[in-house]
Every structure is written in C-alpha cells, then in structure tokens.
Design a protein around this ligand. Structure first.
Ligand code: M6R
Length: 598
C-alpha cells in the first residue's frame, strides 16, 4: 500500500526519492508525489498527481540542486485518486509539508475541535495532521507541536514532515505503519520499506510505535535523534543492511514474478542450509511451545492463509497436533473460543499485514504465546510476536506471492517433521528431491506457455482437487485471478457437483490437481463429470499416479511434500495467461503487496 521516502544529506535528494518511489512501486499505489527544497533559489517545489512513478520521473525537471525531499506513493483510502488527494499535503499557511501512510480514525473529531475554520483542499485525513502541527506550532516549538499532534491522533501513521522555515531538518514519526531510518555515508534516508533504503544506507533502524525522529545537519554531518512521544530519548541500535541492489533487480527476467517462480528451487536449498544442515535446527523454544500447546491457531490472509491450510494438514497428519486456520480479517473481529494452552502462529510474507497485526494485538492482550513466520525479520509482526521464524525466500517484489508461499509451506513442514515422534520420511532426501522436481518443471515452462495459449485464456476457470491438492487449488485460483483478472475458483473436487457444476459449459477450463494416491480415483471421477458437460480439462499429476492423457506430469516426491511441487505449474499457468492478456503482471490493478490497512 502507500509508500513514503524522505532524505536529508549531501546527495541530490530528488534522485534518491524518485529511485526510492520506484522501488516502492511493487507495494501498489494509484498516485505519487515529491516535495523538495530547491537549494539555489531557497524555495520548495512540489510535483504530485494520479498515475505511475515513471510519469513523475519523466516529467521531473532535473536541474534543481536539492538536499532535502520527501516522496509518496498513495493507495487511496480517504478520497479518490486525483491530484488534490495525492501527497504531499500542506498546512493552510504552507509552512508544513507532509507525507503520510496509514489511516487516522478520529480526523473528523479533531477537525471539529481544532480546525473548524480551515478550508481543506483535499478529502484526506492527512491534511488534518499537517494543519494540527501548524496550529500547535503557533505556541509550541516545532518538535513539541508534532508531539502534541501525535498525542491526539488515533489510528496508524508513518509520517515525514518538512518545515519550510528550516530546510536542514526532516521530521518523521510512526505508529502501527512501518517506518525505518537508514544511515549512509552521505545522509539519512527514512522510508516505509527497507527496499527504498537499498543502495543508500549501510545500517538501518526499524522504528517502534509512537517514536519521533528529527534528522538534522551540523557542520556537513547528518545525524538523527530518536525520542518517544513525550520527548524521552530512545536507544538507536542499528542493524546492518543485508540486501544489495542485485537482490532487488530482475536479473534478466522479463518480470519479477517469473524471476521469483524460477528462484524457488534455490529457496528450498537455502531453507535446508539454514534449518537442516551443519547441526542447525528450529529453535528449541519454538518447538517447546508447539509441544506444550493443546491447539495451534494459525492466522493469515490470502496466499499465506493457503500455506496455513497446508500447514494444518501437515501438523495434524505428521505431528498429530490439532490446528485451526483463521482468516486474519475475521479473527480480529470475531476471535474463537480458545483452548487451554493455545499457541498462535501468524504467517505473513511481509510481516506488516494490518489484519494480522490487529489479531496479534488481541492475542497479546490475552497473554497468549505467539509465533510469526515471515520473510521480513525486521517487520512489525516479527518484532511483536514472542517467537519468530524467517522463511529465507529473499525479497519478493511481484505482488503475486510465489516463492514466499513455498517457503512458508517448507517451514511448516519442517516444524511438523521436527515435532513428529515417528519420522515418515527422510527430510533431507525429500526436500532435495523437491528442489530437483521444481527445477524440472520450471525448465519445461515453454511447454506450459503453449498449453495456456491453446486451452486456457477464457473468461472463467476452475481448479479442482482433494485433500492437500484442494489447498493447492485455492492458491492456484487466487494466483490466476489476481494477475489475469479471469474469474477462477478453487474447489474441493467432490463439492463441485453440489451446485457449482451448473457453471460448466462447452470449453470451460477445469484444471485438476492429483498428487495424493488415495484420492486419484475419486478426482478422476470428478474429471469425467465435468468433461461430460463440455469442460476443457487439464490434469496436473505426479508421475507414479499419472494417466497417459495427463498434460502436466511432475516428478514424484513424498505425498506430504507434493504441495511444494504441484503449485509451480499453477504459478506458471497464471503468469503465462496474464502475459497473453497483456496484464500488468508484477503490479496487478487494485492490489498492494503489503496490505497495511484493515
Ligand atoms: O504479506 P502477507 O503474506 O501477510 O500478505 C497476505 C496477502 O495479502 C497476500 O498473500 C496476497 O494474497 C498475495 N498478493 C497473493 O499473491
């Protein structure tokens, strides 16, 4: 969702902001803007409008020397995407300029109480923040005026604030929405996502809620002060930057999504290296929490929730531990009756999903133990849960999650395996086979591209499967609809005939996933049912149970690990379908990579 980036330093600030906004594009947005200090003429300049960052980059006048700037990508919440609602926003006097991620819940009350006379020029809650700062700055020093304003705000915010009276200072503040301070040799960069810091910061600090940063310059040195909301200094223990430019490039692929699909065998090998080799294993504390729990509660959204379904199956079948899976946005408002000794597992690629965060707040308020499984170790959910496991997928830039999904499933498999009193297979052998089987199908991606062109580009589509394959179907359907905009449903194969089969007509694509021996016969029966009604069927099966007419046959792996393989052709199907339809594959419409509002 929205992204913010700000810079004060000796480099040309606008270059760093435009590069940062480009790196934040993957998060999803509909408008963008930049506000900077033109050093030579000592004035401030704004560019902002609805549309893509590349328009901003193309229209930008690069002649200005500037060392202080803030920028924003906006995903509309209050007010439609247009120039007036794009950030930055300004106070009525024009003294303060601001960019904001998040949602202020009480902005209407604050307007009535303090700003009744202010004519607003946008429909955003952000304009209220910047006018409150201006209002309080009439009687308080700027830093105090900011803290006073923050003390009144209810909701989420990551803010960057410029006071035009002092172009050698940049202010920032955060609550619930992520914000990181990066320190490089040539200045300080603050952004909502670590990606924007790459290339400019050697060290960085993820900010805690209700903290306020003041970046300033003394004798050509740039430094920052960190305080809490009442002005008490906070420690600044910096982390080393461990992402380099190559990690966030396309490495010669046409799209991030294709690159990330092709990286999946390496992700499996990386997870093995981090959690299985040289005596390494999952932390004892986490295993103990699973063992002591009467029931596990998995909370997640979208693709991560589908990984949670597979995790439930694996934990229940391999480790005999009862598990429930919850849609995070439902859990937050309708929590279940919880068993004695629960253990809550939050699965999130980004570690920032607002629905999960609300659920975690509820879990913590009840003093229950929690674990976050995520790709981003510095994320809010990783920091706020009691325990944390990294999935080691590497930066995932495409909005459609692929490698993070298989990494999440692999981590859940490792947990189930370590908890099993009787090991049903050799995990080293089987995960190594998975990596090879993934390589094999990725190498045949041209074949899948042809298959898609011949059979699949229609106005709706179904995935059917049973047991573990059903969960793969849910994920496969989400992937196809998410990037191709084709209406797609994932169905338990036996359920179709209880109503939905009425939608099958001549040429409707039905893709069946068959990896589980015991369900082979029954799913093939369901295939015949839809074929009889004219469906165009594609079967994805494993080698040991395949039929000669099956179109996509995968190398055998143990049945419990099959979801790691069967999902790969479905990702490729989604990718090539979207490619044929000329969709914006890495940044599908209306979607955000990191969903930071509820
Ligand atoms: O970062 P998270 O895993 O918490 O995100 C949850 C969903 O928004 C996410 O998985 C979404 O469904 C993906 N874009 C699907 O590809």
């Amino acid at each position: 969702m929205c992204g913010i980036v700000g810079y004060l330093g000796s480099e040309k600030a606008s270059d760093i902001i435009l590069s940062g906004l480009t790196k934040l594009e993957y998060r999803g947005y509909d408008s963008c803007g930049i506000f900077f200090h033109d050093t030579d003429n000592d004035r401030f300049i704004t560019y902002k409008d609805k549309g893509r960052v590349h328009h901003l980059v193309d229209d930008f006048d690069y002649q200005y020397n500037n060392h202080l700037a803030i920028g924003h990508t906006r995903w509309a919440t209050h007010g439609k995407p247009n120039q007036a609602n794009s950030h930055p926003h300004f106070s009525l006097s024009q003294r303060f300029g601001i960019v904001h991620n998040g949602v202020i819940d009480n902005y209407l009350e604050l307007t009535t109480k303090y700003l009744a006379d202010v004519p607003f020029s946008s429909e955003t809650d952000t304009e209220v923040i910047v006018n409150l700062i201006d209002y309080f700055s009439k009687t308080l020093a700027v830093e105090e005026a900011i803290r006073k304003t923050l003390s009144l705000l209810e909701g989420s915010y990551a803010l960057l604030i410029i006071d035009i009276v002092n172009p050698d200072i940049l202010y920032a503040a955060k609550n619930k929405s992520p914000l990181l301070v990066g320190v490089g040799s040539k200045g300080i960069i603050i952004a909502s996502d670590v990606m924007a810091l790459v290339g400019y910061a050697d060290h960085y600090l993820p900010l805690e809620d209700k903290s306020v940063v003041t970046v300033s310059k003394t004798e050509n040195q740039y430094h920052f002060e960190l305080k809490d909301i009442i002005g008490k200094p906070l420690p600044t223990t910096m982390l080393e930057m461990n992402i380099v430019m190559e990690d966030i490039g396309k490495a010669g692929y046409s799209h991030y999504m294709l690159k990330e699909i092709c990286e999946q065998p390496s992700v499996i090998r990386k997870i093995m290296a981090m959690y299985l080799e040289n005596g390494s294993s999952l932390p004892d504390k986490i295993i103990q929490h699973f063992q002591e729990a009467n029931r596990i509660y998995i909370v997640a959204a979208g693709t991560s929730m589908h990984a949670g379904f597979v995790g439930k199956y694996l934990l229940e079948n391999i480790a005999q531990i009862p598990v429930e899976v919850f849609i995070a946005s439902e859990f937050a408002y309708n929590p279940p009756l919880v068993e004695k000794n629960p253990y809550f597992v939050f699965i999130s690629q980004s570690g920032e999903t607002a629905d999960l965060r609300s659920s975690l707040v509820w879990v913590k308020s009840h003093h229950y133990q929690s674990l976050t499984i995520t790709n981003v170790p510095t994320s809010t959910l990783a920091r706020e849960a009691d325990d944390f496991l990294e999935i080691y997928a590497g930066p995932e830039i495409a909005v459609a999650s692929t490698k993070a999904y298989v990494a999440q499933v692999a981590i859940l498999l490792l947990i189930a395996y370590q908890l099993a009193s009787r090991k049903p297979f050799d995990i080293h052998v089987e995960l190594s086979r998975v990596a090879v089987a993934m390589d094999a199908i990725i190498d045949r991606r041209d074949y899948i591209q042809h298959l898609v062109r011949d059979k699949l580009v229609k106005h709706n589509c179904f995935y059917i499967g049973r047991g573990l394959d059903y969960f793969t179907c849910l994920e496969a359907a989400l992937k196809l609809k998410e990037i191709s905009y084709i209406q797609t449903e994932g169905f338990a194969a036996g359920e179709l005939k209880h109503g939905t089969i009425t939608l099958i007509e001549e040429g409707t694509p039905v893709i069946a996933v068959i990896s589980q021996k015991t369900m082979n016969h029954a799913t093939r029966g369901n295939i015949r049912e839809v074929q009889t009604r004219g469906a165009e069927v594609i079967v994805i099966s494993m080698s040991d149970i395949h039929d000669v007419t099956d179109q996509i046959v995968l190398m055998d792996v143990h049945e419990y690990l099959a979801p790691l393989i069967t999902v790969i052709p479905t990702q490729l199907i989604a990718f090539y379908t979207a490619l044929i339809l000329e969709r914006d594959i890495d940044k599908p419409r209306n979607l955000a990579k990191s969903v930071t509002v509820e």
